[in-house]
Design a protein around this ligand. Structure first.
Ligand code: BGC
Length: 766
């Protein structure tokens, strides 16, 4: 195989290649390599997982992509890192990932994954950033920028609407245009436009019946024509359904290898005239560009890897990923000399990443127990408390529990590590509930009976129900934190790190409350996105439902006060939001400031409040900072299905500056000019639409008022105060024309209506 780092001079364009050579470039040579064209000096390049570390299989490994991989730093998976809401930190982690990728001579790291967490049941939620597209898009772009700054590429995945694992290779995500654009594609658009990933990975599933890997609308009209993507579209591994239509749709590189079968299909299709050769040229040309970029970037970072420095960054990132959900009476941080009982198997055997293609072989792994002992000055007892093994004898469960209860009763504080066993969440299948295992909940109950001072530390990739939340003084949501999560947990427990992470997804009270509950995972290979736009907090807020912990929530060991926010529209039409934030406590800390908007008087159906911008701000005790946040005008737009275009509705926008989606600290109103939209009129246009038309509207309003005034007997069916014209608003003008023809002595007739429509639709003089 040609070396990735070869400096061979590549052909200037694909015109120097034969049809067979061009076709051969469009599928993999093996599980992780593209094909070389040795005659033309085109080397093979290596792509590999991803996303939160490098999973590079050892030379000579298996051909299924599942064998052992070289050691690499396992950074916190997206569920953790995203909770930092910190663009700078996420970009730094991206740079470290890029460094490791470059040192290992890999051209493209297969990530980040930015699919929306539609349901907490999705088995792969640990690999995704949020239930919100702005969080996913902004942090996804930071990862791409960081990784690509080291001369290697990324693969933004899984494009698109891949929000469950169940039946993932066939299931059709049946989703309406507005949620598709405003929720499921918005983050992808952001990353593509802001950070230009070298590749985008199309997903396995179908969207509204069409495989993502062969959807010309998705891969060409939207991705390339609208968003300006100029990189390579690569298939998820095995996502190709029909290769030739896929290529024509814009799916450039099939992975892994098809053993030449699909290359031959492409050649045959060109030869029999069913596929234009220019399609093969375009795909092969883009793959050649990718190889060129990989060659230019190769060797940007020389090894050896500074394993300690990256472990240190993994610990910093993990510390910034832990969400302090609750902290009554200052239960945390722990005093160093406290007598502590550490309970629960996860303390000694951390669960720090999820199962599937993203599993990293870490350079080392810290356990929370060791790290707590390293920082503590007092006595630290440990008891396993429960077993995560699939089948445990009842006697063993009871004896593990008794041992833990004894340790808890002898301690001042019990730190109880609970979480999901690894088998419950994985790529490839979904969960069926959001409950912690019963024996863990039983252990917690038993501990609480002997010692009420309990701190719960959670290890889970997807959210879990917290039925004990009112009965314990403190809860740390530790997600999956990567290889240095144990040290980071100890840092937060003792206050070496002041927690600053916040939830990028709602923690619901019950599975039954969740937006997709009735429509997940669908059946017969179709899943209806029945909740529409109302995903995550958008749903709970619209229905005014109680939740366990809201989107955006997260506490600190210090406190923050917000001043009055100000908002204005700048020359580009963006909103500039300013707010003073003060650290009112006695420790340094970070606050994640969030900006939400709403349009209370708007005519467009939309969520009560939507996140539009955020910033993570570091503040010393007593320090005040003026925080400036920008809401892009494009992020205010809704997708107008009549025009098939983004439109900003004009009106008064309420800008909420908030510490969480349910903790609004200051609100201000700003007037936003709408995009001018003029819809062509037709006979099916409603009278309301015609009356609102800029050219003919006034004329029609006057005519209707006159007609209603002259109509005898109207009072009989219209009680006083009822606005008859309002009743008519939804009436199609064409049909009104037919109705009125008799009553108006011919003054209103179908020809007249057609004339009016023609007048409205005629090109206007400027
Ligand atoms: C996963 C991708 C991954 C690829 C290669 C697929 O099964 O969905 O996320 O990058 O395998 O391992």
């Amino acid at each position: 195989m040609t070396d990735t780092t070869t400096t061979a001079v590549l052909p200037a364009s694909v015109t120097d290649l034969t049809l067979e050579e061009k076709a051969s470039l469009t599928s993999g040579a093996s599980f992780w390599y593209t094909k070389p064209v040795e005659r033309a000096g085109i080397p093979s390049i290596m792509v590999t997982d991803g996303p939160h570390g490098l999973r590079k299989q050892r030379e000579g490994g298996d051909h299924l992509g599942i064998g052992d991989s070289v050691p690499a730093t396992c950074f916190p998976p997206a569920v953790g890192l995203g909770s930092s809401w910190d663009v700078e930190l996420v970009q730094r982690v991206g740079e470290a990932l890029g460094t490791e990728t470059s040192i290992e001579k890999v051209a493209v790291l297969l990530g980040p994954g930015i699919n929306i967490k539609r349901s907490p049941l999705c088995g792969r939620n640990f690999e995704y950033l949020s239930e919100d597209p702005i969080v996913s898009g902004v942090l996804g772009a930071a990862l791409v920028r960081g990784i690509q700054s080291k001369g290697v590429g990324t693969s933004l995945k899984h494009f698109a609407a891949n929000n469950q694992e169940d039946d993932r290779m066939r299931s059709s995500s049946d989703v309406d245009a507005r949620p598709l654009r405003e929720i499921y594609l918005r983050g992808f658009q952001r990353v593509v436009e802001d950070a230009q990933p070298w590749t985008v990975m199309c997903s396995y599933n179908r969207i509204n019946g069409v495989y993502a890997s062969e959807d010309p609308w998705l891969l060409t009209s939207v991705l390339r024509d609208e968003w300006g993507f100029d990189g390579v579209v690569v298939s998820d591994w095995g996502a190709v359904n029909e290769r030739v239509p896929g290529l024509a749709a814009g799916m450039d590189l099939e992975m892994p290898s098809s053993n030449g079968v699909t290359d031959a299909q492409i050649v045959a299709a060109v030869q029999d005239g069913s596929l234009d050769e220019s399609v093969v040229d375009a795909a092969a040309g883009r793959i050649l560009d990718l190889v060129r970029k990989a060659q230019a970037g190769a060797g940007a970072v020389e090894g050896p890897l500074d394993v300690d420095a990256h472990h240190g960054l993994a610990r910093e990132a993990a510390g910034r990923s832990i969400v302090l959900l609750k902290n009554d009476d200052g239960a945390l941080p722990l005093a160093r000399d406290a007598r502590i009982a550490v309970l629960g198997e996860f303390a000694a055997k951390p669960r720090y990443q999820g199962a599937g293609s993203s599993m990293i072989n870490p350079t080392r792994v810290d356990s929370a127990l060791d790290e707590i002992r390293a920082l503590a000055a007092g006595d630290v007892a440990y008891a396993q408390g429960f077993s995560v093994a699939p089948h445990v004898e009842p006697e063993q469960t009871a004896s593990l529990r008794d041992e833990a209860v004894a340790a808890a009763s002898a301690a001042e504080v019990a730190v109880v590590f609970l979480g999901l066993p690894a088998r419950l969440e994985s790529e490839g299948y979904d969960r069926t509930d959001i409950d912690l295992p019963a024996e863990q909940l039983a252990l917690l109950d038993a501990v609480l009976e002997v010692n009420p001072i309990v701190v719960v530390v959670l290890s889970n990739g997807g959210v879990v129900a917290l039925p004990f939340a009112d009965r314990v003084p403190a809860i740390l949501e530790g997600w999956l934190l990567g290889q240095a999560g144990g040290g980071a947990t100890a840092d937060v427990l003792f206050g070496v790190v002041n927690p600053s992470a916040k939830l990028t997804e709602t923690i619901p009270r019950r599975l039954e409350d969740t937006p997709a509950f009735l429509d997940f995972p669908g059946e017969f290979s179709h899943v209806r996105y029945g909740e529409g736009l109302f995903v995550g907090y958008r749903w709970y807020d619209a229905r005014r439902m109680d939740v366990a912990y809201p989107f955006g929530h997260g506490l600190s060991y210090t406190t923050f006060a917000y001043g009055d926010a100000a908002a204005s529209v700048n020359a580009d039409g963006d909103l500039e939001v300013l707010v003073a934030v003060t650290n009112t406590g006695d420790r340094a800390g970070r606050e994640v400031v969030q900006v939400y908007t709403s349009v209370p008087e708007g005519k467009i159906h939309r969520p009560a409040r939507e996140l539009k911008a955020f910033a993570s701000v570091a503040l010393e005790p007593g320090e005040t900072r003026e925080v400036a946040l920008t809401v892009r005008r494009s992020d205010l737009a809704y997708w107008d299905i009549r025009l098939d275009a983004w439109v900003v509705e004009g009106g008064e926008y309420v800008v909420d500056v908030a510490a969480s989606s349910r903790d609004i600290r200051s609100s201000v109103t700003v007037a936003v000019d709408g995009d001018p939209i003029v819809l062509p009129l037709s006979r099916t246009s409603s009278i309301g639409e015609v009356m609102a038309h800029p050219v003919v509207g006034q004329m029609v309003q006057a005519a209707i008022a006159q007609m209603m005034g002259g109509m005898e007997g109207v009072e009989a069916i219209m009680p006083e105060g009822v606005d008859a014209s309002k009743m008519m608003e939804s009436f199609p003008i064409g049909r009104a024309g037919m109705f009125a023809a008799g009553d108006s002595n011919g003054a209103i007739n179908p020809e007249m209506i057609d004339g009016l429509i023609a007048m409205a639709n005629a090109p206007q003089q400027q």
